[in-house]
Design a protein around this ligand. Structure first.
Ligand SMILES: Cc1ncc(COP(=O)(O)O)c(C=O)c1O
Length: 396
């Protein structure tokens, strides 16, 4: 985004500010569709749940991955005007509740809509049987997340060796198993993780069929098709060294064409980061410029408890730049709260921080960071009474 636009929007809206460019979101969506044409896109709204983003993606025909009842309601509010049959169809075809652990009362509410859910244990399956018996289920398997920046397999997924047994038990309990899901970890730099996972899913399908059980005989949706949900993890160029999305997509396409026939298998993905990260630019103001220290120290009005929480939770590299030109000099950069952890330069507690070089700054000067659209404001807090950055949407 050009500096004049950043300056104008900061003057109009104040800082801290997250600018979301919907032209870029549309481009990302289009690229995903073109590169993975067999895969239905369920935007993982945990990455950035701004209603304007959901509206833009809804207009493009996207589906949605939710992790809680309140995320479900963000979408529901936008479609509740549909007549009852249309609303039910929308929920069947366009929403997946992909958090393998759900609160019983959320399941209870959702059962009305016969939702598509993931699970990864016999205990969760039994909970679903009690509270959401009309749901369609995808069993999430554990796969390698080596080489992914954010790990998920330490917490989620059943060992593939136990998958067939749990599928049999689930069907015997009278529930509908619609397919299998996996997640290769967020910002996945190893295409091989996807390849191995797809092969594992194909083996599980074969074994279940050989035992006479049917996956995908869906009661609710009325068509016998198996679902393979390939999760999220599609990488974004932060520093330039990352796995390219195009290269990953080519490998995935080859493998899905080899393993899964179009008539029998429906493929879904849950991209979060890929659709929104490079659409977001964060802008902050210097609120104190100390030059009496050995090297200049700048305190800005956004930090580790706010938009830069991505440093802690999302582990991405963030490059802070100045709007003002000038000779870059090493400096210290701090967020606005009273905690020493709220430090953006060389923070020993946060491994992906390093030295920061900026031109000499004064109070009121602006700094900005690109690629800040995913997992930033999403994990922002109100610590010290400071609210998350305002979000402004452009090119709607
Ligand atoms: C179940 C699930 N699906 C999708 C995503 C989105 O992943 P990404 O942003 O890497 O595409 C996540 C992220 O944690 C997730 O937990």
């Amino acid at each position: 985004m050009d500096r004049e636009t950043i300056k104008r929007l900061a003057a109009e809206n104040g800082t801290p500010l997250l600018i979301m460019d919907h032209g870029q979101i549309r481009k990302n969506y289009q690229e995903f569709r073109e590169r993975l044409p067999r895969v239905q896109i369920y935007y993982a709204i945990k990455a950035n749940s701004e209603p304007e983003i959901i509206k833009t993606l809804l207009k493009l025909g996207a589906s949605f991955d939710v992790a809680s009842l309140s995320e479900f309601n963000l979408i529901f509010d936008l479609v509740k005007h549909l007549e009852p049959a249309g609303l039910q169809n929308f929920i069947w075809n366009n929403i997946i509740y992909a958090n393998p652990v759900k609160k019983p009362d959320s399941l209870h509410v959702l059962n009305l809509y016969k939702p598509l859910l993931t699970y990864d244990s016999i205990e969760e399956m039994r909970k679903i049987r009690i509270h959401s018996p009309d749901a369609g289920l995808l069993l999430r398997i554990k796969i390698s997340d080596e080489g992914s920046v954010v790990k998920l397999s330490n917490k989620f997924g059943i060992d593939p060796e136990q998958a067939v047994d749990l599928i049999e038990k689930t069907i015997r309990e009278g529930l509908t198993v619609e397919g299998i899901s996996f997640h290769a970890g967020s910002q996945c730099n190893k295409p091989r993780n996807f390849v191995k996972a797809l092969r594992t899913v194909s083996e599980i399908f074969k074994e279940v069929a050989s035992k006479g059980y049917a996956i995908g005989e869906t009661v609710t949706k009325g068509y016998p098709i198996k679902i393979v949900d390939i999760g999220g993890g599609f990488p974004v160029k932060y520093s330039g060294d990352e796995q390219s999305f195009g290269g990953l997509a080519d490998i995935i396409n080859k493998e899905i064409d080899r393993l899964f026939s179009k008539d029998e298998v429906l493929l879904l993905a849950e991209p979060g980061r890929f659709l929104v990260a490079n659409a977001g630019t964060e802008v902050a103001s210097v609120i104190l410029a100390k030059r009496s220290t050995d090297i200049p120290s700048y305190h800005i009005d956004d930090g580790v408890y706010h938009t830069f929480s991505a440093l802690v939770y999302d582990h991405i590299p963030i490059k802070v730049r100045s709007i003002k030109d000038g000779e870059p000099r090493e400096c210290r950069l701090f967020g606005p709260t009273c905690d020493g952890l709220d430090t953006l330069s060389e923070n020993t507690y946060i491994h992906n921080t390093g030295k920061i070089f900026l031109p000499e700054l004064d109070e009121g000067d602006l700094v900005y960071a690109e690629n800040m659209g995913a997992y930033t404001t999403a994990s922002s807090t109100n610590f010290n009474g400071m609210p998350p950055a305002k979000v402004v949407h452009i090119n709607l």
